[in-house]
Ligand binder design. Structure first.
Ligand code: FAD
Length: 500
């Protein structure tokens, strides 16, 4: 790359990733920069990606989006967590709810008191100590402080196509230029090898100083042109296909995502204002497409609105997400199944990391190296968390579940499991996405037994421990009682945004 200042950005692709990048650049770049985006309606987007995690507030907030308007525009709903049904064994369900479980007492996090009470035989299931889960299971939702002074962290379900459209409007209003057309070739500069231009159908050419590859699984720039390489993680996460289908609303309007284990994969259920989003992620080595489609269609809460749409993928990551003058975002950077709704978050965190080191001329290798190292760390730790859901299962006798239960997990996950088993200890390394509370819920939910707990918890007399747990549970139940129902909360929100 030359030392020419970077003032011209070109985003290839206009799915969720492309428009998130465009909106963020439009919002934050100072004058003197241009942002152009190319997308092809004929190619279209992947068209899924409906569940998020609470960090989405940071992104929407940084753009200055109004929540009520956002919910109206994207036909969104509230998400307080994810229910995992049948993942340990058929009939057993637990929730990975956002927010705290119980409360800490003295030096220790709650898990040690709970483990001790569990060993003594009087601990209740974790859901009794989770505000989000208690509210979610009774279809309630509240923003701001509860009567007990607590906040409920929440995320959203939304229509991904509507979110991209909403962000497109935001970006175009702030000067982003959109080109409709097919990228036919990626041109590289002779000497440096950097990307110099995109050649579009109709003999059009878009030059830029920096390119953001948001072309989805194709990775036209990062892989097609720069041949960055892909690290395949499908030995650990063998699902490689999905079927997605929307259906009419039906059943509970849950303020949480449902993830239901199936014989060779799992099914999601995501309630939106205008429909239910459903899909099945499965392993093609263990299940035929017909078997998967039959299972999905037999387990919908309403009439399907279309035929199930097939999607194929390989789980893994590009070896580098930032290569030369190209940053890959979204599916172009890699893919992990949406079990914990992390893909949109990974787009957002890459954007904020990129903005933190925004290059003004040829990117320094030290900066690019740092970026790629952080991305790898973030991706690998999420990968480990996903693997935990699979590997700790008790669905004995089902070939797919037997396979994932007996695989050898990555060393980083093995270390975490050993630490937990030894003393109920969960260590979260600096920028790891999932908190110890998240790990705690999934470890317990997946039946991974801890042999011990931190003995400092024994400092609390047994009667006090009983009282402590009882009071924690009662206080949470009281806080949930006056909360509005999820549906009413949303109706209120939409009505407010329409009055504005
Ligand atoms: P795409 O949506 O595929 O967009 C690619 C863009 O590139 C399109 O605009 C296309 O037109 C353009 N393009 C491609 N080639 C060319 C070309 N030659 N010329 C011009 N334009 C081109 N994430 C979550 O956070 N939560 C979820 O619940 C979730 N569920 C998912 C379920 C499934 C089954 C899958 C597969 C993914 C899911 N994801 C989820 C991931 C999420 O969908 C994506 O991360 C997100 O939509 C971003 O996609 P994208 O913009 O990278 O790619």
């Amino acid at each position: 790359m030359t030392d020419r200042p970077i003032t011209r950005y070109c985003i290839a692709g206009g799915g969720t990733a492309g428009w998130m990048a465009a909106a963020a650049l439009a919002r934050f770049l100072p004058g003197g920069h241009t942002v152009e985006l190319v997308e092809s309606e004929a190619i279209g987007t992947v068209g899924v990606g409906e569940a998020t995690i609470p960090q989405i507030h940071l992104f929407n907030g940084a753009l200055g989006l109004d929540e009520a308007e956002f919910l109206r525009e994207t036909k969104g709903s509230i998400k307080l967590g994810i229910e995992f049904d049948g993942w340990l064994r058929e009939g057993a369900a637990y929730m990975h709810a956002f927010g705290n479980i119980g409360r800490s007492a003295g030096l220790l996090p709650f898990q040690h008191y709970w483990l001790r009470a569990h060993a003594l035989g009087f601990a209740k299931p974790l859901q009794r100590y989770s505000l989000n889960e208690l509210a979610g299971r009774t279809m309630r939702m509240q923003r701001g402080k509860t009567a007990g002074g607590q906040e409920m962290p929440y995320a959203y379900h939304f229509d991904a196509a509507l979110y991209a459209r909403y962000l497109r409007r935001f970006a175009e209003e702030r000067g982003v230029t959109r080109y409709e057309g097919r990228i036919e070739q990626v041109e590289r500069a002779g000497q440096s090898g950097d990307i110099s231009a995109l050649l579009l159908d109709g003999d059009r050419r878009i030059e830029a100083d920096f390119f953001i590859d948001c072309t989805g699984f194709r990775g036209l720039l990062i892989e097609g042109a720069l041949e960055t390489g892909f690290e395949d993680w499908s030995d650990w996460l063998p699902c490689d296909r999905a079927l997605a289908v929307a259906c009419e609303g039906g059943g509970d309007f849950t303020p949480y995502t449902r993830s239901i284990a199936r014989p060779a994969g799992w099914q999601w259920r995501i309630p939106l204002q205008h429909r239910l989003g459903n899909g099945l992620v499965y392993c093609s080595a263990q299940w035929s497409d017909d078997e998967a489609a039959e299972t999905l269609l037999a387990n919908l809460d309403g009439a399907p609105q279309t035929d199930p749409r097939p999607i194929r993928f390989t789980t893994g990551t590009r070896r580098r997400h930032w290569n030369r003058n190209c940053l890959a975002l979204g599916l172009a950077a890699g893919f992990m199944e949406p079990l914990e709704s992390t893909s949109i978050h990974l787009v957002q965190s890459a954007i904020s990391r990129f903005l933190a080191v925004l290059p003004h001329a040829a990117p320094d290798p030290a900066i690019v190296g740092w970026f790629n190292q952080q991305a790898r760390f973030e991706w690998e730790r999420i990968r480990d968390f996903l693997i935990l859901h699979y590997t700790a299962n008790d669905r004995v006798g089902q070939p797919f579940w037997d396979q994932v239960r007996t695989m050898i997990p990555p060393d980083t996950l093995t270390a975490k499991l050993d630490q937990w088993r030894a003393t109920g200890f969960i260590h979260r390394e600096h920028e790891e996405l999932f908190t110890d509370v998240g790990w705690f819920q999934v470890l317990v939910g997946q039946g991974v037994a801890a042999r011990g707990y931190n003995r400092l918890a024994d400092a609390m007399p047994e009667d006090d421990l009983r009282r402590f747990l009882g009071e924690t549970e009662r206080a949470l139940i009281e806080q949930v009682k006056p909360m509005p129902r999820h549906l009413d909360f949303l109706r209120d929100c939409i009505a407010r945004s329409e009055r504005q």
